[in-house]
Write a protein that binds this ligand. Structure first.
Ligand SMILES: Cc1cc2nc3c(=O)[nH]c(=O)nc-3n(C[C@H](O)[C@H](O)[C@H](O)COP(=O)(O)O)c2cc1C
Length: 177
């Protein structure tokens, strides 16, 4: 069993990024257990040197990261880079072993020509914290709002096929595989 933590960089209700991750969870094979991180809105602003024990939301994040064999991030781009909320999450992992050597990839759902700034920042920050970036799993699968059904999932066969390939590439780089 491979455990993959799915982290959306959007705090928006109706987010296409969160819908993409929800769909990835839905198509995951029985050998993959996914967890969709739900704490981004509640995560406090990073405080350098803070004792995580004083921040239950940070302790919960660290526990979810520790339990994960791999991490998949799906985030929008804001103002040419990452949304502050997910950069804040990543800041909490600086100087910890939370993401160190953790197989990590990102899925970009922005349309072609968009989202490159967010990807570049992810590459920089994940490199800085020592995550093992799984290049073969870093993928672009565009999702528009209209692609998300009433069930909150992306229905297209093309997206779902790509999503399965993302999972397979990530699983192939987890310890024991
Ligand atoms: C504050 C803000 C800034 C944005 N800046 C960019 C940007 O620099 N580049 C870009 O391609 N899209 C930008 N967008 C568009 C979002 O990336 C796009 O709406 C995305 O679908 C939002 O993801 P979500 O549906 O998961 O919330 C911006 C959106 C907002 C709200």
């Amino acid at each position: 069993m491979t455990r993959i933590l799915l982290i959306s960089g959007s705090t928006r209700d109706g987010s296409t990024n969160t819908a993409a991750l929800r769909t990835i969870a839905a198509v995951a094979p029985p050998s993959v257990r996914t967890e969709l991180y739900a704490g981004l809105r509640e995560l406090p602003a990073f405080v350098p040197g803070a004792d995580p024990a004083e921040y239950p939301a940070v302790s919960a994040l660290r526990a979810e990261l520790a339990a994960a064999d791999a991490v998949l991030i799906c985030t929008p781009e804001y103002a040419g880079t990452l949304p502050g909320s997910i950069k804040n999450l990543l800041d909490w992992t600086v100087g910890t072993a939370d993401l160190y050597e953790k197989p990590t990839a990102w899925l970009t759902v922005a349309v072609p020509g968009r989202g490159g700034g967010a990807e570049a920042t992810l590459s920089t920050v994940l490199g800085y914290v020592g995550a093992q970036i799984v290049e073969s799993a870093c993928t672009r699968l565009p999702v528009l709002g209209a692609d998300v059904g009433d069930d909150g999932l992306v229905g297209s066969a093309e997206f779902r096929s790509g999503a399965r390939q993302v999972l397979a590439a990530l699983v192939a780089h987890t310890p024991g595989e």
